[in-house]
Design a protein around this ligand. Structure first.
Ligand code: MSP
Length: 511
């Protein structure tokens, strides 16, 4: 094994059904997890759900059921969504897990014993929607931003965690680790937020007000509030076969939970506990609908199931990874979806595989010809080159899946163009050109094989379909196998089947 790799996603609230926004982050992490596996790393990939809190308690109450029963039912929707999209995590995190609860209590006890957590009466503004105290600083143009919902004055004694003593250390860490936050503009936003002294973080709620949470180890009248419960999951589930993996190599999160949760609370919690910080925080943007955040109240939520049903899981995975420029917001629409599905998946990649396999069937009885030792022409150079593989790897290393997929499509496009240039259908008519046709078909078969390796992380189902059509053993295989070779010579392939059916063909079957 070439080392280990540990990555996580945010864990989702279970008070609503999972939508496209939740799916995106999981697909993104799954892409990196599969990529790391193809580099032969022993991967630990955590994702799951955040099950405690007021909203779950309220929803369960409304239905007259136990919060555990409510969250058991809701969690299944997330598990099902992951399954439908081919998200293969190592472990599905649930914060109602007993071991997790114990770790949260241990952490709190350690910090309380060290005097980092203290008790205090507090009067201030409280956002009901965000379940947290807010300060005047959060106001924009004199008003509370919409995300806070109703804001009221409240007085309540609670437990607090000191943040300010760690601010300078955190600033120094960010300065010394410029790649800690990706993309860089998010890092600047965080640096901006760290210019002012930090308020203490309220970490508890009285049980009388919130019963659905983890009781504090030093005061059973209180439960742990949100972030100390949620963020701790990254550590409490970080073991494989009894061995702790720490720190995470990569944590994927949305832009809404960078400041303050993952950019301030999380590193300071770890510093206070004497634990190493994660190596990278990858901060993605939001999927929007008509330039607006998807919202349940406006009825503008996009769910994944209809797209998976109509186009297949890989088509949705492809769209999500290709369309969103890492770090930026992206607009979701059926037109945008189809503009990628048709030209890129069906006409470019799908068509190349189909044409290549059909020609080998027709002209060479399904046997891939050898091209070793034959005269090669300058126009063959691109298909023999590893430059597209290098471009792909460099993009993944920069955490830019959209550029990685662009490199794949360029490779496929180049191969389609090669068919136009070399005209194998004409070569086949001239017996003197048989050797040249061998070179062309051999190189095309090799390109299809290499593409099946390159797409593994993004399009795992399609990769397997191509391997099956080439009559190769099922994958996944090492990324190294995407390098140029001549491994298919003399190999008998199967019949081509459309990978991405054209939509007008598919609709009657789907109805
Ligand atoms: N439970 C907290 C996170 C705790 S992590 C220790 C939470 N949950 S959430 O369900 O509201 O969001 C989970 C993730 O989904 C976040 O990273 C968030 O950014 C992401 N998304 C939710 N809606 C989104 C879009 N419309 N687009 C992209 N991702 C967004 O926050």
């Amino acid at each position: 094994m070439a080392g280990t790799y540990f990555l996580t996603t945010a864990i989702d609230y279970v008070n609503g059904a999972p939508h496209l926004g939740h799916a995106y982050e999981k697909v993104l992490a799954d892409f990196f997890a599969r990529h790391q596996k193809s580099l032969e790393r022993d991967v630990l990939f955590l994702t799951g759900v955040d099950e405690h809190g007021q909203k779950v308690q309220q929803s369960a109450q409304k239905e007259g059921i136990d919060p555990q029963a409510f969250t058991d039912r809701m969690s299944r929707f997330f598990v099902d969504q992951h399954k439908s999209l081919g998200i293969e995590s190592s472990c599905f995190v649930r914060t109602t897990n007993e071991n997790h609860k114990n770790v949260v209590r241990e952490w709190l006890k350690t910090l309380h014993d060290k005097g980092e957590i203290f008790f205090q009466e507090h009067e201030g503004y409280y956002s009901v929607r965000q379940e947290q105290f807010v300060t005047e600083k959060e106001k924009v143009d004199g008003k509370w931003p919409e995300i806070y919902g109703e804001v009221e004055l409240r007085k309540e004694p609670n437990y607090y965690f000191r943040l300010e003593p760690y601010r300078e250390r955190l600033l120094k860490f960010i300065d010394e680790n410029p790649e800690w936050i990706v993309p860089a503009f998010r890092r600047n936003e965080l640096l901006g937020a760290l210019k002012e002294p930090l308020n203490d973080l309220c970490i508890s709620r009285p049980k009388s007000r919130l019963a659905w949470g983890i009781p504090l180890p030093f005061d059973e009248e209180y439960v742990t509030f949100v972030w100390f419960d949620a963020l701790t999951n990254y550590y409490s589930f970080a073991s494989t076969k009894g061995t702790l993996r720490w720190p995470p190599d990569l944590q994927t999160i949305g832009k809404d939970i960078l400041i303050p949760a993952h950019g301030v609370y999380w590193p300071i919690m770890l510093m206070a506990l004497g634990l190493e910080l994660p190596k990278h925080l990858l901060v993605h943007g939001w999927w929007m609908l008509d330039k607006d955040k998807m919202s349940k109240s406006k009825g503008t939520i996009v769910y994944t199931a209809p797209y998976v049903e109509k186009y297949g899981a890989d088509a949705l995975r492809y769209f999500l990874l290709r369309e969103m420029v890492m770090g930026q917001d992206a607009d979701f629409s059926d037109e945008r979806f189809e503009s990628r599905y048709g030209p890129e998946l069906a006409n470019n990649l799908g068509n190349l595989v189909n044409r290549t396999l059909s020609m080998i069937q027709k002209y060479r009885d399904g046997v891939v010809p050898n091209y070793d030792g034959f005269h090669l022409l300058p126009e063959d150079a691109d298909l023999r080159s590893d430059s597209f593989v290098e471009e792909y790897r460099a993009a993944v290393d920069q955490f830019a899946p959209h550029l990685a997929l662009q490199a794949i499509m360029k490779f496929s496009q180049r191969a389609n163009q090669y068919i136009q240039e070399t005209e194998p259908f004409k070569l086949n008519k001239d017996p003197e050109k048989a050797k040249r046709l061998n070179v062309v078909l051999g190189l095309l078969a090799e390109t299809v094989r290499r593409l099946s390796v390159l797409i593994q992380a993004a399009l795992p189902f399609t990769a397997e379909k191509i391997r099956a059509q080439l009559q190769l053993l099922p994958g996944p295989v090492r990324l190294e196998e995407a390098l140029f070779g001549n491994s298919l010579k003399g190999h008998t392939i199967g019949k081509p089947e459309p990978l991405f059916p054209r939509l007008e063909e598919k609709l009657p079957a789907a109805s």
